[in-house]
Design a binder for this molecule. Structure first.
Ligand SMILES: Cc1ncc(COP(=O)(O)O)c(C=O)c1O
Length: 411
């Protein structure tokens, strides 16, 4: 008997949910932008000059040189995470106004894994996910595999007041809400205190579970820190175990993303189920990385955050001033008080993706067009700029080039 050697038709074999899992335009684009002659504002990754490399090296050295510590660091460990790190996270959460115990914390492989596991925990096909408009593309990618239906809230809707019942008509009940309340990716904007309270009111009205993605919360360079959604929720519900909000934190933006250290802080019943999902997914976060991360943050973390806010705040100021100097009338932009991003809105009818093509060809600059950040109908006339990597001089040069291009395009 002969056997056939035709390659399997993979697309027909993938599960139904894979129809929702597609390559991210941005990540595909970023590969192309990695050319030395392009001045890029697309990235949105931390400035490697700010990595505490010496502390990280000292951590690995000390741990691996000690037989007892290295035996622990190189071994399997519990899915909940390294206890001293969870205890440190409990202290950090207290600073954000959240009283909790290590049992309310699970360490994750970056906050991206937390989003995936939360999607797995809460979403089935057709379930409702409420997001901001625009929102973090990586969250949409994580949730898409669980086949939800999105409901996106226009900018300003929370401030104006939302009719929850009308919003939910014809939708699966008990929605999951995903928000980045502080210095959001991609807009750099934060929810005001009143908007946070309005979001919690809405969540109560429509029985919504809330995910608070606090990825950029510690990168504040001006203004006051706003109360976290989870803290406001606990103030209403009386205890974290009665709250409806699950908080996702990360050391990626403040220490180093390659350590892959994030966490979920939330009600115990949620954490208990997440631990089971994590066991089935990857058992635990690298033990040695958790131990090194703990050493890196255990002392002097506030001082380190101060240095980061000085650096990113300076770059943000440089970008805002350069935009002021170079943008033509009709172009507007957000004014972040933290994080890594400025969101630029172009006149109606313009297209960020088409502009990018010309920007690359004519001015050798790159940014991310706004479209992919929308869960439902994209607004094409927007783009995301990041100031985290370029120098002040490059920012001035790049915004000059962008302004010149826009003047040509807008006539
Ligand atoms: C809003 C937001 N959430 C989560 C993440 C994921 O980061 P990590 O998995 O490194 O913690 C990012 C990364 O860009 C982000 O911008």
């Amino acid at each position: 008997m002969t056997t056939t050697t035709t390659a399997p038709h993979w697309a027909a074999r993938f599960s139904a949910r894979m129809s929702r899992v597609r390559a991210s335009e941005i990540r595909e684009l970023l590969k192309l932008l990695d050319q030395p002659d392009i001045l890029s504002f697309a990235g949105g990754i931390p400035d490697p000059g700010l990595f505490p490399a010496e502390r990280i090296q000292a951590g690995y050295d000390a741990i691996l040189a000690d037989p007892e510590l290295s035996a622990q660091a190189l071994q399997y460990s519990v899915s909940e995470g390294y206890l001293p790190l969870r205890q440190w996270i409990v202290e950090r959460m207290a600073r954000a106004g959240v009283a909790c115990a290590p049992e309310n914390i699970m360490v994750t492989a970056g906050s991206q894994q937390a989003l995936d596991l939360l999607g797995k925990l809460f979403l089935g096909p057709g379930d409702t996910v409420m997001v901001a408009r625009p929102t973090y593309l990586g969250a949409l990618q994580a949730f898409n595999a669980y086949e939800p239906a999105y409901l996106d809230l226009p900018d300003g809707a929370l401030a104006e007041g939302v009719d929850g019942e009308a919003l939910m008509t014809g939708r699966a009940p008990q929605p999951l809400g995903y928000f980045v309340p502080d210095y959001a990716n991609p807009t750099g904007r934060s929810l005001t205190h009143a908007e946070r309270e309005a979001l919690l009111d809405l969540a109560g009205e429509i029985d919504m579970t809330l995910i608070e993605d606090a990825a950029y919360r510690d990168l504040r360079f001006s203004g006051e820190a706003a109360a976290s959604l989870l803290a406001l929720d606990i103030a209403r519900s009386g205890h974290i175990d009665q709250a409806r909000t699950v908080y996702c934190g990360t050391l990626s933006k403040t220490v180093a993303p390659a350590l892959r250290i994030g966490w979920v802080c939330g009600p115990r019943p949620v954490i208990e189920k997440l631990v089971l999902l994590k066991q089935g997914s990857d058992l635990h976060v690298s033990t040695v990385n958790q131990m090194v991360a703990h050493r890196a943050v255990a002392e002097g973390y506030e001082q380190h955050l101060g240095a980061l806010s000085g650096a990113y705040g300076g770059k943000a100021r440089a970008m805002l001033e350069a935009l002021e100097r170079h943008m033509p009338d009709g172009v507007t932009w957000s004014r972040p008080e933290g994080g890594m991003f400025v969101w630029v809105t172009l006149p109606e009818g313009m297209d960020g993706a088409a502009l990018l093509e010309r920007a690359l060809a004519e001015e050798k600059i790159a940014f991310v067009p706004g479209g992919p950040f929308f869960a439902e109908v994209p607004a094409a006339n927007a783009l995301r700029l990041s100031y985290s990597l370029p120098t002040d001089g490059e920012i001035e040069d790049g915004m000059g080039r962008l302004g010149r291009l826009l003047r040509r395009v807008m006539g």
